[in-house]
Structure formats: structure tokens, C-alpha cells
Ligand binder design. Structure first.
Ligand code: XMP
Length: 516
């Protein structure tokens, strides 16, 4: 084994549950490396990874559906301990010859779990009637041979099952969520005491391993990275720089669509970390190409394409390096197993994603195995200041998608000034800290107002304040009324061209966080 090869993982087979990533995160927090694979992964490929244990996730399907996700019987004969969760348990029961039926009473919510007597010690983490989260419509009627029931709830006779000899276990509840009070301890128990896994995964180890890996790939060649100022590309750049020093260059494209003072602040932070950085001042080009464009998708595409153009020009001047580093994260890599087919494109996100297909680079993606919060921890270890690590998400197309309608220098000025005021009022406050994002949006409407004794006919700003865990859904962030009044008063009196402020109170879904 090479010194930089990936550690042996706990493999989580994904059957489409929203909670699959939770399982992977919880396992990593135990200091155990985990990887998610789609349930369709061939057995040989799973075996080649030499998994220490396999966890079958839950999923939205019923084992009775036609084409319901399934696994090959061989999976249970690899002599690798398996834990099935919810759908994963039902599937294990069915594939091994048990009988699953639609439940007489569907069970959703937290309920008491009663473990059976004379079961193995793995279950002792659950005191009698311990709370567990149930969410299922089918139930196991007959266990497969070799199994015994390990616990029940009021309505589910087989809420857990085991075949300790074969090291096969199943739980109908979800141990990976906090509502199941001792669920994490249970998973830990399974991994350490049944599968014999020693916790030895750490992010410091990850940094060292990746640095070595980048060195051995890049050798004497040159490596380049498109740096957006976001945490992912910045941490990627810092890792690459640590690995190959002067053979690395980061390129930051100033598209003229950043928030006030942001480009200067990013450049200052990165220069203080001695990162070799080229800043391409290209705002005029971007704004010229966006001139007169109102359609949101066209804006995004033009920005993406112009970015490629500018980046390519800079790369040529650097002698066309052989390698390109990208901040791809694990959630981008995990193959979706949505049972409804791939979800439709709502917005063309992540403009940098389009780069490699059209450019002659080999890719280096040192964060491919990491979740966002792990990237933040690594960023801190590599010396990024706190304010950088905890910067709010900011979309690649920048202010362009917060200016509804045409983009002009004057309209950029209005949204930028309003955005600065929103930030000045919320940054560092408890309210601000409770929010996922807060920003200003310039609307494509004029309305009548009165200033002094003069009639005005000017623009409106919407203030957006949202709470969220991962940006996939969002709720409206509540702002004290007095604070909202101050924000409104300041925007109207300080930003020339604005005579009206509204507060956007739409959750996602059905709205999205950004307006375009
Ligand atoms: P939406 O508007 O889809 O946004 O609800 C969800 C989260 O993603 C951010 N966002 C982007 N991030 N490139 C990015 O890197 C993009 O093109 C982009 N568009 C939206 C948005 O700010 C929110 O946090």
C-alpha cells in the first residue's frame, strides 16, 4: 500500500435516505473514516475497498415496489460485519429469506425501544424504553434463518434483529439522529466491538496524506488553481501551496461583482498567508458582456463563460500548467441515488464546475473526501483567520444574481451600498450570528415616493435574512423590528436611487435563497 493511499473505510451503501450523509459524518466524528457508495456498486468494487464494516442506509422506497433498490445476496457473505438501518434492515431481511409486509400501523416519530433478553452485548447501550426515531411503513413479519429479534416497540415486534455469528445486525429505527438518544453510541459499539475498528482517522492525518499525494502527482510540473475567495477553493490552494511551494499559482478573477471591500479583504488575507496569487482585474469585461442581459440563466452562463475565458488567458501566460486544482467536496462527488431520477436543474450553480471539460488540465481535487465543516477545520489548521473561515456563502455569479433586471455600474453601486449597510447592522450581532445569510437584492421596479417636498420615482431594495443548515432548505430569519427599521432608514437615506425597502419573508421551498 502506498503511504498516501486512502485508509480502509466503513462503507455506507446509500439507498437514497436524506440521512445517509448524517451517518457518514457521525462515523467520521468517531475518528473512523467512512465512504458513501451507491447501492448499485458492484460487489467486487466494494470488496476491493477492503471495508472494515458496511452500513446499509435507509431510503424512501418500499421493498415491495417494482424496481426497489436492492443488493446482491453475496454482500452478506463477504465476512464483513453489516448493519442495516430502516430500509437497509428490511432489505437485509428480505434478501436473506425473511418476510417483510406492509405494517398494520405505520410508525413515525419517537417511541420507546425495548431490547430483548439474551441478546448480544451490543444492545446494552439502550436502557429499557429508550427513545428511538421510527419512520417506516413496512415491517418484518418473519426473520431470516439464523436471526433473532433484538428489540421491539409498542407497534413493531422486530424493531431490531441480529445474527451475531455472521456479524449481521439490523435496526428499524434511525440511530444516526439525535432523537435516538443512544443511537451514536450504538453505531460506535457496532463498529468498535463487533467490527473491531480502531478510531484513527483525523484531519491532521488527512492534511499530511494529501500534501504527500499532491507532491507525488505533480512532481516537477506546475499546478494552478482558480480561487474564488470561498472556503473550498482557498483551502485547496493552501494545501497545494504547502505541497509544491513555488510550483503553485492561484488565480483570483475580480469580476466586479463582489461585495464592497471583499476583493481587497480576500487578497490581503491570502497575501498574509504568503500564497502566490495573481489577481486578474476583469470587471470591465464582465460588465460589458452582461450589458442589457435580464434573464437569470443567461447571466449565469455569461459569467461562467467569461470566467473560463479570463482564466484561460491567465493560464496561458503562466505557460499552461499541466495541473488544475479544484475545491470539489464530497457531497458533490457522491452519486445521487434519488429514486425519482435526477432532480431537475433549478439554477446553473457552481460556475467553476464547467472548467475542466474545456481545458487541457489534469485535475487535482484534494478535498474530494471531505464535508464542508471538515474543510473549515482544515482551513483553520492551515492558518486561515476566523472571519474567513466563517464567511457567509456567496454565489459564484456574485451580485449579478442579486440585481434583478439589467446590470449597470449604477445598479451594482446601489445593491453594493445597500448590502454593506445590511452587513454593518448585522455583522457580529447575536441576530447576525443566528442567520445563514443576510443580504440586499435590487428589484426591477420603480415606485413613487416623496423626499423633502419632492416626488421621487425610484428603486426598491429587498432585504433577505434566512436561517438554514446546508442551504438546501431555508427559513425566514427573524430580525428585531427596531433593527429592521434602522436598516430600512439607513438604506433609504444613504443609498442614492433607493426610496423603498421591503423584507423578503419567503421560506425555501417554495422560494430559493437567491432571487435569481
Ligand atoms: P439557492 O438560491 O439555490 O441557494 O436557494 C442555495 C445556496 O447556494 C448559494 N448559491 C450559489 N453558490 N454558486 C455558488 O457557489 C452559485 O452559482 C450559487 N447560487 C446560489 C446561495 O447563496 C445559497 O447559500
Amino acid at each position: 500500500m502506498n503511504s498516501h493511499s486512502a485508509p480502509r473505510p466503513v462503507v455506507i451503501l446509500d439507498f437514497g435516505s436524506q440521512l445517509t450523509q448524517n451517518i457518514a459524518r457521525r462515523v467520521r466524528e468517531m475518528g473512523i473514516y467512512s465512504e458513501i457508495l451507491p447501492f448499485t456498486t458492484p460487489i467486487a468494487q466494494i470488496r476491493d475497498k477492503k471495508p472494515l464494516a458496511i452500513i446499509l442506509s435507509g431510503g424512501p422506497s418500499s421493498v415491495f415496489e417494482q424496481d426497489a433498490p436492492s443488493v446482491n445476496l453475496e454482500l452478506f457473505k463477504l465476512d464483513i460485519p453489516v448493519l442495516g438501518i430502516c430500509y437497509g434492515m428490511q432489505l437485509m431481511a428480505k434478501v436473506l429469506g425473511g418476510k417483510v409486509v406492509p405494517a398494520e400501523v405505520r410508525e413515525y416519530g419517537v417511541t420507546g425501544f425495548h431490547r430483548e433478553k439474551n441478546t448480544s452485548s451490543i444492545w446494552t447501550v439502550f436502557p429499557d424504553s429508550d427513545p428511538v426515531l421510527m419512520s417506516h411503513g413496512d415491517s418484518i413479519l418473519h426473520l431470516p434463518s439464523g436471526f433473532v429479534g433484538a428489540g421491539h416497540t409498542k407497534t413493531t415486534p422486530y424493531a431490531a434483529m441480529e445474527n451475531p455469528k455472521e456479524k449481521l445486525f439490523g435496526v428499524q429505527f434511525h440511530p444516526e439522529v439525535t432523537q435516538t438518544r443512544n443511537g451514536i453510541k450504538f453505531i460506535q459499539n457496532f463498529l468498535q466491538n463487533v467490527a473491531g475498528v480502531t478510531p484513527n482517522w483525523s484531519l491532521t492525518g488527512y492534511i499530511d496524506r494529501k500534501i504527500e499525494e499532491i507532491r507525488s502527482v505533480v512532481k516537477q510540473d506546475h499546478l494552478i488553481c482558480a480561487l474564488s475567495g470561498g472556503i473550498d477553493s482557498t483551502v485547496t490552494a493552501l494545501l497545494c501551496h504547502r505541497a509544491v511551494g513555488p510550483q503553485f499559482t492561484a488565480v483570483y478573477v475580480d469580476n466586479g461583482l463582489m461585495r464592497e471591500g471583499e476583493t481587497q479583504s480576500i487578497v490581503k488575507d491570502l497575501q498574509s498567508l504568503k500564497l502566490p496569487l495573481i489577481v486578474s482585474h476583469s470587471s470591465e469585461l464582465f460588465i460589458k458582456r452582461l450589458s442589457g442581459v435580464k434573464d437569470p440563466e443567461r447571466k449565469r452562463k455569461i459569467i461562467g463563460r467569461t470566467f473560463i475565458h479570463v482564466f484561460q488567458k491567465e493560464a496561458k501566460q503562466l505557460g499552461m500548467p499541466k495541473y488544475l486544482a479544484q475545491g470539489t467536496l464530497y457531497p458533490d462527488v457522491i452519486e445521487s441515488v434519488s429514486s425519482n431520477g435526477s432532480s431537475s436543474v433549478i439554477k446553473s450553480h457552481h460556475n467553476v464546475g464547467g472548467l475542466p471539460k474545456r481545458m487541457p488540465f489534469s485535475l487535482v481535487e484534494p478535498l474530494r473526501e471531505l464535508f464542508k465543516d471538515e474543510v473549515r477545520i482544515i482551513g483553520k489548521e492551515l492558518g486561515l483567520p476566523d472571519h474567513f473561515v466563517h464567511r457567509q456563502p456567496f454565489p459564484g455569479p456574485g451580485l449579478a444574481i442579486r440585481i434583478l433586471g439589467s446590470i449597470t455600474n449604477d445598479r451594482i453601486r446601489m445593491v453594493r451600498e445597500a448590502d454593506r449597510i445590511v452587513r454593518e447592522e448585522l455583522d457580529g450581532t447575536d441576530t447576525g450570528k443566528s442567520l445563514w445569510q443576510y443580504f440586499a437584492v435590487l428589484l426591477p421596479v420603480h415606485s413613487v415616493g416623496v423626499m423633502g417636498d419632492q416626488r421621487t420615482y425610484e428603486n426598491a431594495i429587498a432585504v433577505r435574512t434566512v436561517t438554514s443548515v446546508d442551504g438546501m432548505t431555508a427559513d425566514i430569519g427573524e430580525i428585531p423590528h427596531s433593527l429592521m427599521l434602522r436598516i430600512s432608514h439607513r438604506i433609504i437615506s444613504e443609498v442614492r436611487g433607493i426610496n423603498r425597502v421591503v423584507h423578503d419573508i419567503s421560506p425555501k421551498p417554495p422560494s430559493t435563497i437567491e432571487w435569481e
